[in-house]
Design a protein around this ligand. Sequence first.
Ligand SMILES: Cc1ncc(C[n+]2csc(CCOP(=O)(O)OP(=O)(O)O)c2C)c(N)n1
Length: 649
Amino acid sequence: MGSLLSTIDSPQDLAGFTVRELDQLAGEMREAMCRLLGTRSAHFASNLGVIELTLALHTTFDFCRDRLIWDTGHQIYPHKMITGRYHRFATIRSKGGLMGYPNPEESPYDLFMTGHAGCSVSCALGLKCGDDLVRPDDGRHVVAVIGDGALASGIVFEALNNTGGLKKNLTVVLNDNKMSICPRVGSISDHLDRLRMTTFYTGLKSEIQRVLKGVPLLGDPVERFLTQFRDALKAGILGGMLFEDLGFRYLGPVNGHNIIQLQKYLAMTQTFDGPVLVHVVTEKGHGFKPAVEDPTSFHAPAPFAHLNGAEIEFRKNPSRPSYTRIARDAVLAGLRRDPQVAVITAAMCQGTMLEPAREEFPDRFFDVGICESHAVAFAAGLAKAGMRPMVAIYSTFMQRSYDQIFQEMALQDLSVVLLLDRAGLTGPDGPTHHGVFDLTYLRPLPNLVVMAPGDAIDLEMMVEFALSHGGPTAIRFPKAVAESIDRPPCPLELGRAEILRPANRRGEPGDGVIISCGTMLGACLAAADRLRQEGIELGVINARFVKPLDTETILQAVAESPMVLTVEEGALMGGFGSAVLEAANDAGLDTSRIRRLGVPDCFIEHGERSQLLADLRLDAEGIADVCREQLARRGEELGARGEGLGARG
Ligand SMILES: Cc1ncc(C[n+]2csc(CCOP(=O)(O)OP(=O)(O)O)c2C)c(N)n1
């Protein structure tokens, strides 16, 4: 048989496909996934697991008009392949290419641009209610597909509760592959494990309850026996009791790799009145043995080369450690040093490299699932009880816990350490994952100390400092290979910046100063080196603390320098540069000499991190250019006023 996949421009092309043809198509989609992973890192195992489900959904519903939301969106590749994007599939996650997540700009089949877990049921319910109000005669079906990992998020239960109460016709497909990125955690996963054991159940709870109500309750001990008997009967028969009690009809468990079965039960959902949950059992990595055997490593693996069909070899990763690894090692050192130290992750044990902490300190390591707000409030509880908790969450996902950072952590002045990994531009994941807003949202919170290490040496010291500090702290670091800048040791002191090159040399004012926030420090030093060769002498300051800001050092630099450039890998609005501007303005200094470099007020696309940074001039070349520009502008201004650069102060 020839290639079917290349002939599919839209799901309509699947009409009339036989089961054999759909199975062949599924095989071709798997091959396309493997070819992709030969070139770049991408979400792999989750996508392999939903190929049959995707085909069944698109052959049962008409998503030209019906609505489909994939929770999180990392498992959208098969959907992209059959919704007119196969010819561009090889470009996925590269700059200018397809996004690795749903993107309404690419296709009307993608309704929301998403990447954070847990919002599918809420959005689907909103769509259903909206459609019922705006186009009540259309009878559109609305489907949300959610993984068992995302299911345990608090917001999902808010949505299930709301849906059950509204009794809306909504289909939730629970894609149960027994895994989050790491094995799923918590009691809901135990519940799902029990459900997987049961035989198919169609959710006729109301009928069964009628029968059960007929069982008479007599006096003790017969009453007790019958109550126990009734409960046992209920537990055995009402497989999906949790969902049924939330007002959903439960269908399942259904084999998620059998397209015919899937089509049958998905079609059945269209005939019911009220919300339905279809429990689909899939295998993460299905069809690719190494991924089935190790779904965690194959969630989003590094590019690999095939060997003998089944065996694979990963292309080499850089041997230098990442900032994540430096932070992890400092966390481990803290756990070893002090029995009161604990560490919490929200389903990102692998991404935060905390597996050794999980193995070595099972009592003080907590994976709370995809529940970031709970993670921070839980840490606050630990701190109140006398522990020293550290919460390792990516900057972008930490946004979920903002209210708990404010209320349970900062307002109580509790010693919780936030480790904001992936702060800055994260690269191929794109706008849903860039961690650029944390300084803006953390800065206004009283009590909170906010740090950004200039390099690996700083990061190590900051973790140690945070653990000994008697109040809430946050440390942000990027997704990058760690740099260690060669310089004399400079101990970390609360609210103190580090001067690497004085703005003022031997009593002579220099041409300006660069104030670096975070790991842009290396690029700032390199820019200063380049400019020195051109006769431009710049000072370089490593801010270290965003809050409290070292106003003494920074304001002195502003007062003495004709040009000040702040550099940060984060949103300009409300970020570090804003803090410098505010402080200078409060002190009555001339702020026109300050220029800020960072992420402007727009969402940044996906692409290699280095490319994206260069586009924003956040590399040595860009920083040097901005300095030249600013110095030229300043010179013109002073010239127009008849002052020379000698009147720098
Ligand atoms: C709010 C939030 N926290 C963390 C993540 C990181 N993350 C991406 S996929 C994933 C696992 C999702 O598991 P599941 O929903 O079961 O989907 P599967 O990959 O197993 O298909 C996690 C934790 C995220 N995308 N959003």
